[in-house]
Design a protein around this ligand. Structure first.
Ligand SMILES: [Zn+2]
Length: 478
């Protein structure tokens, strides 16, 4: 490709406050339409907004976690436009004085670190939702204002990304951070984390950006990648034919994987921003910032580094374990009770994750608690059960939530370490397979695994594998 893509992203994250940004209505998702509304969020004349303090706290946290400076004097502004889902005829947002500015996030791309600038983060209210779906007996579109006035942070990046993969890496990192901070539930399908992408092309080697298209409201990582890739192709084709890109807003259609024009520059809104006279400026003190800093959890990057240096975990393990705060916590809680990092990591990344994926549960609902998992690993370490049996016990624990000792006892799964019993099993196996014994003794040593397998099978997986190996070797060679 002879063009370099330039990507900037605007992310809207819905905050997990219990109530809306300027009134006391609930923000719970999925309620009966228009049941979570009041004169303020319905935009009744004379109703006055009152700022939710929690929103400011969450915004400060987001700013600190993304290396931003926090603006001391904050002003809310009215962004004026008409749309049926916006009862007041304006959205309360921030304009020239956003709460966070000049931040950055570092992303890893093919072993290299790239720094992506964050221009600003500002607080604003969401609009309602138009419902065009078929409602029996209703021909018209309907409006649900439950979402009107729920708090959002808009996080605007610099146009620093140079490939769709970089854009996705940045988004995933940002997503991980807001989840760690506990300020957003991160649910892409419900629209809690959605993205606009500004995409343009310039000739490779150039430093002058081309005209950009803005791709609106995409709420899946996969779709964002598809949308950017489609847009790159579309723009390259136009440029190749000597055409010019028009500045416009485009919509991505997940069914066709294409984007189509929504409105051009000449139809762009003039929002006529002005300070909202109903809201006083918010002054953020140094104490308030420090207080918020004190509530920051250990962020994924720091956690990953600690897992690697303090616990000697491989980078891959550390990366997987910090994917979510809950998963990292599960690992650490288990590790506290069974301090062998790599063993715990193997089990969390292996059996635990597999079982959760199989039935679509999240780690916080895992029936095998860290305490139970640690008990299981202790049984294995003591030699009471073999590694293979431990997996069987784990599956049973996952199903029943029972303690591992109880399952081992009930099912008679205790590992056989009785040399007499193992010897009897070995003798029987050798007796039944004289041909293989002769071959082995004649030099075909690869058959050893076959004998081990036969003995383990005879013991129903309960024989101590180390003893089986040792004794078999003696018998066959002796
Ligand atoms: Zn309300």
């Amino acid at each position: 490709m002879k063009y370099q893509v330039v990507i900037g992203l605007e992310v809207h994250t819905q905050l997990t406050t219990n109530t809306k940004i300027f009134c006391g209505c609930s923000t719970r998702f999925g309620a009966e339409p228009n049941s979570q509304t009041c004169p303020v969020c319905l935009g009744f004349p004379g109703a006055l907004p009152v700022l939710n303090k929690k929103v400011v706290e969450y915004a400060i946290r987001a700013g600190l976690a993304t290396n931003c400076s926090i603006t001391k004097r904050n002003v809310f502004a009215r962004k004026n436009y008409f749309y049926p889902d916006l009862p007041k005829g304006y959205q309360i947002s921030q304009f020239d004085l956003p709460i966070c500015q000049h931040g950055h996030l570092d992303i890893d791309i093919e072993g290299e670190t790239r720094r992506i600038g964050i221009t600003r983060i500002h607080m604003e209210e969401d609009a309602g939702k138009l419902v065009h779906a078929d409602i029996p007996g209703v021909d018209d579109s309907c409006v649900d204002l439950n979402r009107a006035c729920t708090p959002l942070l808009e996080i605007v990046s610099e146009p620093d990304m140079r490939s769709p993969d970089e854009a996705i890496a940045y988004l995933k990192k940002l997503h991980q951070i807001v989840m760690y901070l506990g300020i957003c539930d991160g649910n892409l399908e419900e629209g809690s984390f959605r993205c606009d992408a500004n995409v343009s092309l310039m000739p490779v080697g150039s430093s002058t950006f081309g005209t950009r298209a803005e791709l609106k409201n995409i709420n899946s990582f996969k779709f964002i990648k598809q949308a950017i890739e489609y847009e790159m192709e579309r723009q390259a084709e136009i440029l190749d034919e000597g055409g010019r890109i028009i500045q416009e807003t485009r919509l991505f259609d997940p069914n066709t994987g294409t984007t189509r024009s929504m409105r051009g520059k000449e139809e762009a809104h003039d929002y006529r921003y002005f300070p909202d006279p109903d809201l006083v400026p918010i002054i953020i003190s140094d104490e308030w910032i420090e207080e918020a800093r004190g509530t920051l959890p250990e962020l994924p990057e720091a956690k990953r580094a600690r897992f690697m240096t303090d616990l000697a975990l491989p980078e891959y393990d550390a990366e997987v374990l910090v994917a979510s705060r809950e998963l990292a916590q599960y690992f650490e809680d288990t590790f506290t009770l069974f301090p062998q990092a790599k063993t715990v990591s193997n089990w969390v990344m292996g059996e635990v994750t597999r079982a959760l994926n199989d039935d679509g549960r999240s780690i916080s609902d895992c029936p095998v608690t860290p305490a139970l998992l640690a008990d299981l690993l202790k049984l294995m370490e003591k030699g009471t059960i073999s590694g293979k049996i431990a997996k069987t016990v784990f599956d049973e624990m996952y199903k029943s939530g029972k303690a591992p000792e109880k399952i081992v006892e009930e099912k008679g799964l205790v590992q056989v370490s009785d040399t007499g019993a193992i010897e009897a099993m070995i003798d029987e196996v050798l007796e039944k397979n004289p041909g293989q014994v002769a071959e082995y003794r004649g030099g075909k040593e690869t058959l050893f695994g076959f004998f081990v397998g036969q003995v383990m099978r005879a013991s129903k997986g309960k024989a101590n594998p180390a003893l089986v190996n040792e004794m078999l070797l003696k018998k066959l060679n002796g």
